[in-house]
Design a protein around this ligand. Structure first.
Ligand code: ATP
Ligand code: MG
Length: 407
């Protein structure tokens, strides 16, 4: 399927766009509407980035980004349902019910923007389509599609790299990674998501730039790091994470030399993949709870051997693990809350007293904690009988649950 689409695209591409290149059926109606309107007002407008890349390799696009030569103010005037956002680089969000489409103006080269100093951004921060393409990260992310004229603009051989499954940086990898080290993380993420080989030269430079990631503002990097694990390809993601030693930088508890940790994490990640596949939401707190759990649990066992009370042992273990984590790569408070709740609820699954069972069941974090307990059960960390009991309980209806607790 993937090859078939690509071949037809390639054939059409070489025939000077005479055939239908990308069917409009693949494109969001709202994105089409925006492009039509912009073009009607004599602006250029294209779909760019992830959406075109994904459609060409038969993946469902996550969202549609549009670029145009209209300025944010001009876009804003054309669309009532829009809002200008961003300070460093202003762009426009257009809302259609639940769908949000980002429309940005062609960006100029970083050198040009740099010269503007930190004053108010002037229009010369905007550029041409060529300049916009040049500052994008990978060749496959710089494909521009005009759905009205049915034309793809491929400035850097992105279509060819999609076909040969190569992730290649636009320009000199050393320079582009120095400009923005987050691109190293993005390379790893796309390699996992697309199952692409990272270009050899790029790989060498990624290894060199990784220590720089420590200097990146937290808000920029946290999402990109998490996204590595939300590509739907758990095994590949974890392997890349391990091979590039990213655990040292981000999650010291993800001790990659420990098979025990890797197996547990991989199992948790595979469940995440299943959820992504069926369109269920992913709670980053749950994922982080999986990453750090083995550390928490080993510490807890040690403390218990030193005859601490089980609850104290668990709380102390959580505290130490989080201190260790926060020194390296702090986790946002809201995720910490989810993680600690999931961990602290674990011992409560051992108590089958009717009142306590229903109290646990009505806890807002019950489902996550229960899934986590199942994961521990697969490792024989939880008695199989207990796992079965809870599974029967969860799967029963109200009457059934009452009966189970009374047995
Ligand atoms: P996804 O499927 O994850 O959304 P995407 O390619 O759409 O993939 P985004 O993070 O949404 O990725 O970014 C949209 C586009 O913006 C990219 O395709 C790329 O062209 C450009 N881009 C994003 N981040 C960077 C960056 N750090 N450096 C250069 N270009 C970037
Ligand atoms: Mg995107």
């Amino acid at each position: 399927m993937q090859k078939k689409i690509l071949n037809s695209v390639k054939a059409a591409y070489h025939q000077f766009f005479s055939k239908e290149i990308i069917s409009k059926d693949f494109i969001s109606k709202n994105a089409l509407e925006i492009i039509e309107k912009l073009q009607k007002h004599n602006f250029k407008a294209y779909i760019v980035g992830g959406a075109i890349r994904d459609i060409l390799i038969s993946l469902a696009p996550k969202d549609f980004d549009i670029v145009t030569n209209a300025t944010p103010e001009e876009i804003r005037q054309l669309f009532k349902n829009s809002r200008i956002i961003g300070r460093r680089f202003r762009l426009v969000h257009i809302f259609f019910g639940r769908e949000l489409i980002e429309v940005s103006t062609f960006r100029a080269k970083p050198e040009k923007i740099e010269r503007l100093k930190n004053g108010v951004q002037k229009d010369n921060a905007f550029g041409t389509i060529e300049e916009d393409a040049e500052r994008r990260d990978f060749t496959c992310n710089a494909l521009y599609f005009d759905p009205i004229k049915n034309k793809i603009f491929d400035f850097y051989g992105g279509i060819n790299d999609l076909e040969t499954q190569q992730l290649k940086m636009i320009g000199d990898p050393k320079k582009r990674l120095a400009e923005d080290p987050v691109r190293a993380i993005r390379a790893i993420r796309f390699s996992a998501k697309l199952n692409f080989e990272i270009d050899f030269k790029l790989k060498q430079q990624i290894i060199k730039v990784l220590p720089e990631l420590k200097k990146i503002p937290y808000s920029r990097i946290f999402d990109e790091v998490l996204k590595i694990f939300l590509t739907g390809h758990a095994e590949k993601s974890l392997n890349l994470f391990i091979n590039f030693n990213l655990s040292d930088i981000f999650f010291p508890s993800l001790n990659t030399s420990s098979e025990e940790v890797n197996n547990f994490v991989l199992r948790g990640l595979k469940k995440t993949d299943d959820r992504i596949r069926i369109g269920k939401p992913i709670n980053p707190g749950y994922l982080l709870a999986v990453f750090l759990w083995k550390d928490v649990n080993n510490l807890r066992n040690n403390f218990q051997k030193k005859s601490k009370y089980p609850i104290t042992a668990l709380n102390d273990a959580i505290e130490i693990t989080l201190i260790k984590q926060n020194k390296v790569f702090p986790i946002q408070k809201r995720f910490i809350t989810t993680m600690t709740e999931i961990w602290r609820l674990q011992p409560r699954f051992e108590n089958l007293n009717k009142k306590r069972v229903f109290r646990l069941f009505s806890h807002p974090r019950f489902r996550a904690a229960y899934d986590f307990m199942l994961l521990r059960g697969e490792e024989n960390e939880v008695d199989m009988k207990l796992v079965t009991w809870w599974t029967n309980f969860v799967e029963a209806d109200d009457g059934g649950r009452k009966k189970i607790t009374e047995q």
